[in-house]
Design a protein around this ligand. Structure first.
Ligand SMILES: [Zn+2]
Length: 595
């Protein structure tokens, strides 16, 4: 009986070259010639990225003899049939500082398995072992390792051998190595490690841990109110801190995050109110942590299993990303970290952002989910006019559905019950030998069942259709006011403006707005309004326009490429929604204790 196991070593001989050296050993290669494939995308980030383009050289051998590798397509190779175990050597260029790929230099190393581990086709279900080797560089003498992978022959946080039960788990467990700052806490008995890479003087990591503990315990108890059992044995938050950055990617027992240094609390701020930036960071952590249940275990059927080589189309990202976005901030409120006042202020901003784009009248969130690969992930200057965000509108759908169910059932049922029902039916046993994904039909049937009434009209209007969710009608029933205070008397061009060196550049021109009607385009550089120079500060445009009235015509000069053009713009009233949402009198609380 052959030992069915796939093993890898990953080394960084010279971090300055940004190259990981990987050796892969297949104990029992396929008799007809083993096929090896690198994923084309990383789950959670819905875009084909063709990671194989970073493989610089690759060769194979068996019993000390070279084995020919034939290229099948841009991601795949097939080894010639061989006797005994097959060993493949390759190098991967790692110089993408993001949560989606791999990065290596003398300060740290980070990789997602999707960037560095070839898949042995047909052997994905066998145990995968990886020996993470300390880089030879002197700077790496004090490096440690952070990952959710289980140690096989390694000390916790040490270099050595780690194991995953299958290929899916291997590439769902990113690895950080370096001289990171780290602290740990327990949430309902489960260890959570918090890792920060990048320079952060006087980081108050104790405060971060205390706050994350509240968030994690709130979420674990949300999904499992009775047992309070977390779905993983250990969890790792790994954060890359940079001057300016924001984002995250969810995994089954960890998350890779990016944040701005200024968003993290310093020890000197101890006891002070959390800053807006810190609240944004906690919201990001809350979002990725909620994915531990919603998308990493409760999954669309097309993700069970993932097809790593091509687009996996689902019309359900409004549920997996939108509802996660609804609950991320709400969990901060329930954990006692964000006031209801602060919550509704943020909600007003989200509503305004959704109402700003006319794309919402042309694309439903179901279509936006399905087309994420080509549209949401490939945004350009026309996106506001063409697409709707399944994150932002999806979160408003979560709120509207929550309020609709609470209103109809006199507060007996809520969206919480739907999330728990999804968890019990599809998520809880996903990695316990019963992987079952969710189809759109499952979703609608389960929603109807838990709510106790038919939601077809709701789905038709707001999910499959493009209607705006009726928050102006729903919120007041709960003692929360909703006002749109846009200033129709304030003259505007209806554009988004960015800085380009010393100039103002139109980054987006909205459909039907004053600028578009006059012929201005995205990427035009504004030069002057009625003969007065427009400086590089976008607020300068508002200042110049404020001298005019709605309906007046102004002459705008702009460069398109290097050609100067003149436009007669009839000023319109400001079309930017000014949504204010506030608690007037509390009738029922979204903080309703979990059942
Ligand atoms: Zn997400």
């Amino acid at each position: 009986m052959k030992n069915k196991k796939i093993s890898y070593t990953i080394a960084a001989k010279d971090p300055a070259t940004h190259m990981f050296q990987v050796t892969m050993t297949i104990e029992a290669p396929a008799a007809e010639g083993q096929v090896l494939v690198l994923p084309a995308w990383i789950p959670g980030s819905y875009m084909i990225r063709e990671f194989s383009r970073n493989i610089v050289q690759i060769r194979a051998e068996a019993s000390g003899q070279p084995v020919e590798l034939s290229k099948l397509d841009k991601h795949s190779w097939q080894a010639a049939p061989c006797k005994g175990k097959l060993t493949v050597h390759y190098e991967v260029y790692a110089w993408d500082l993001s949560v989606r790929a791999a990065h290596l230099d003398q300060t740290h190393g980070f990789f997602n398995g999707t960037s560095v581990f070839l898949r042995a086709v047909g052997q994905e279900g066998d145990p995968h072992v990886v020996d993470i080797q300390r880089p030879a560089h002197e700077a790496a003498a004090k490096w440690r390792v952070a990952t959710a992978l289980k140690e096989l022959k390694a000390r916790r946080y040490g270099f050595g051998t780690y194991v995953a039960q299958d290929y899916d788990e291997l590439i769902d467990s990113p690895v950080e190595m370096g001289t990171f700052e780290m602290a740990s806490f327990k949430a309902l008995g489960v260890q959570h490690d918090v890792v920060f890479t990048g320079r952060v003087p006087n980081l108050d990591i104790a405060r971060v841990c205390a706050d994350l503990k509240q968030i994690c315990e709130t979420q674990i108890a949300f999904f499992e109110p009775r047992t309070k059992k977390a779905p993983m044995d250990r969890y790792v938050f790994m954060t890359m801190v940079v001057g300016d950055g924001y984002g995250g990617l969810e995994h089954r027992a960890s998350t890779a995050l990016f944040c701005s240094r200024a968003d993290l609390p310093t020890t000197a701020q101890k006891g002070k109110e959390p800053s807006e930036g810190y609240m944004k960071f906690l919201g990001l952590c809350s979002h990725e942590y909620f994915h531990t249940w919603n998308v990493k275990r409760i999954k669309p059927a097309v993700f069970a299993p993932y097809d790593y080589q091509a687009e996996n189309y689902t019309p359900l990202l409004w549920l997996f990303e939108g509802f996660t976005s609804y609950y991320d901030d709400l969990m901060l409120v329930r954990a006692g970290l964000l006031s209801e006042e602060g919550y509704f202020k943020m909600l007003g901003k989200t509503v305004g952002a959704v109402l700003r784009g006319s794309g919402r009248t042309k694309q439903s969130v179901a279509d936006s989910s399905f087309d994420a690969w080509g549209k949401y992930y490939r945004q350009d200057e026309n996106s506001a006019n063409a697409i709707v965000s399944y994150y932002a509108k999806g979160s408003l759908i979560g709120l509207a559905l929550d309020l609709t169910i609470r209103a109809k059932t006199n507060g007996k049922r809520s969206l919480d019950d739907i999330m728990r029902a999804l968890w019990q039916k599809f998520g809880r046993d996903f990695y316990n030998g019963k992987p079952r994904g969710v189809t759109p039909e499952d979703v609608e049937a389960l929603f109807d069942n838990v709510a106790g009434f038919k939601l077809k009209t709701f789905f038709d209007k707001y999910i499959r259709g493009t209607e705006d969710v009726p928050l102006a009608k729903l919120l007041p029933q709960f003692g929360v006011s909703y006002k749109d205070e846009r200033k129709s008397s304030k003259p505007g061009l209806d554009v988004n403006i960015g800085r380009e060196g010393a100039d103002c550049k139109l980054s987006a021109v909205h459909d039907g707005g004053a600028a578009q009607k006059a012929g201005l385009s995205a990427n035009d550089l504004l030069v002057a309004i009625d003969g007065l120079r427009v400086s590089g500060n976008p607020s300068n445009v508002d200042g110049l326009l404020s001298r005019y009235k709605v309906g007046e015509t102004v002459q705008v000069h702009a460069f398109r490429r290097d050609e100067l053009m003149a436009f007669d713009v009839v000023l319109q009233g400001d079309r930017v929604p000014g949504i204010t949402i506030a608690v007037e009198q509390q009738k029922t609380s979204l903080r309703r204790p979990t059942a």
